[in-house]
Design a protein around this ligand. Structure first.
Ligand code: HEM
Length: 380
């Protein structure tokens, strides 16, 4: 049943032709704003909040002290060793003292706080900050350069100009500001872990697959900002997609799986210059991006803006030139067809590719098998 919030999301998503779009509309089944908190707590007590996740195993810190201390120095903080465990003291570039040995349960508390804020602050865009939180996590990670080992989500350097002013990052202040009260509530978590955790939370709360989370990112100062131009340019073609994602170490299949994130959210004229959503359910992750790419007819939109496609039937959906490149290129198209037919395959590959993306270039002290699986507050 369409809720008030869902109706508002529809109106916002499809101002030009909402009624003609209804044939294939799949709405985000979100609670109205006044019931959001109730929904959250109902879900939490009924489903997932009574028990925490598996506790993370502690690393044997003796062996890692040297590397950790070096990383802490870079972060402007320091470690000390006591009672057989490694402890982190405040880092001037972002970390604060408070909780010295956060457990999986502590990170789940941060997840719950982000999820609660997502459900409560539902008057943004199409009814959720989820898409812009995911975009923040992706842009923090997508600066990675495998050849030099620079960039990536370790550091949260987008807090600083010039990186915050890079054209590709326009609009991401909304996501950073959304997370600031959570950072105040949990001062022990680094911004860089928080941004990635919030991206994980956004995917899971928008009914996407589980994304395992590995903590351990250290905030870094302005000196670690990456140069402009590392993130993709939407006006380009498949060669550019391969150059950008190849630089990070992704293969063709992973590039197509990652692109399925464009089932979520929208383009904003005042940010990228492009306009509109890719799918009819911009706050629920599905494989609709691939299905629409293949099933709809697309033509250039006639407007006074950058070159983008619109669907011929409703004129309410959009595709970027880089989106369309995925069906122009025969190898990419093979994977688009696979994911259009099989949502489970998409979810599995999306989860694996996003996990890899979020961990690029991070000098983790913990092991991959110690990743935390957060309990979502919605059915997946
Ligand atoms: C060729 C690769 C990509 C290009 C050229 C691209 C480009 C864009 C552009 C131009 C926007 C609109 C920004 C705005 O106006 O607010 C956007 C939004 C978005 N992108 Fe991408 N993107 C790419 C890959 C990805 C990947 C890999 C992910 C995540 C895994 C992602 C997630 C998102 C999300 C969730 C939004 C919606 C944000 C919102 O609603 O505020 N994108 N992207």
């Amino acid at each position: 049943m369409a809720t008030a919030a869902a109706a508002r999301a529809l109106t916002k998503a499809f101002p030009r032709s909402a009624s003609s779009a209804t044939s294939s509309v799949r709405l985000a089944a979100r609670p109205s704003r006044d019931t959001a908190a109730k929904h959250f707590f109902r879900q939490s007590s009924r489903r997932h909040y009574s028990s925490g996740p598996e506790p993370a195993k502690k690393s044997s810190s003796g062996a890692i002290l040297g590397g950790a201390a070096a990383a802490a120095l870079l972060a402007g903080g320091f470690y000390y060793y006591s009672q057989g465990e490694l402890h982190l003291k405040s880092g001037s570039a972002g970390q604060s003292a408070g909780l010295l040995n956060p457990t999986a349960q502590d990170y789940q508390k941060v997840y719950d706080a982000v999820a609660k804020a997502l459900w409560e602050k539902d008057d943004y865009d199409d009814g959720s900050y989820g898409p812009v939180l995911l975009r923040l996590a992706w842009h923090a990670s997508g600066t990675y350069d495998a050849a030099t080992g620079t960039g990536g989500s370790n550091g949260a350097t987008m807090r600083f100009a010039p990186e915050s002013d890079h054209g590709a990052n326009a609009g991401l202040k909304a996501a950073r500001d959304f997370l600031e009260p959570i950072k105040q509530q949990f001062p022990w978590i680094s911004y860089s872990d928080l941004w990635i955790l919030a991206g994980v939370c956004a995917v899971q709360e928008m009914q996407g697959p589980t994304i395992p989370f590995r903590p351990g990112r250290q905030d870094r100062d302005v000196a670690f900002c990456t140069p402009d131009g590392r993130l993709p340019d939407a006006t380009k073609d498949q060669n550019h997609i391969r150059a950008i994602f190849g630089r990070m170490g992704f293969n063709d299949q992973e590039m197509v799986a990652l692109s399925g994130a464009h089932a979520l959210g929208r383009c904003h004229v005042d940010r990228s210059g492009f306009d509109g959503p890719w799918t009819f359910s911009p706050t629920v992750l599905t494989n609709d991006y691939y299905r629409l790419l293949l099933d709809e007819k697309w033509s250039w939109r006639k407007w006074n803006g950058p070159k983008q496609y619109e669907d011929v039937k409703t004129h309410s959906l959009m595709m970027l030139p880089t989106d369309m490149a995925l069906i122009k290129d025969a190898t990419f198209k093979k994977y688009v067809e696979k994911y259009a037919k099989d949502n489970d395959a998409f979810f599995k590959d999306f989860s694996a590719a996003v996990t890899k993306l979020f961990e690029l270039g991070v000098p983790f002290q913990s092991k991959a098998e110690d990743r935390i699986t957060f309990k979502p507050t919605v059915s997946q």
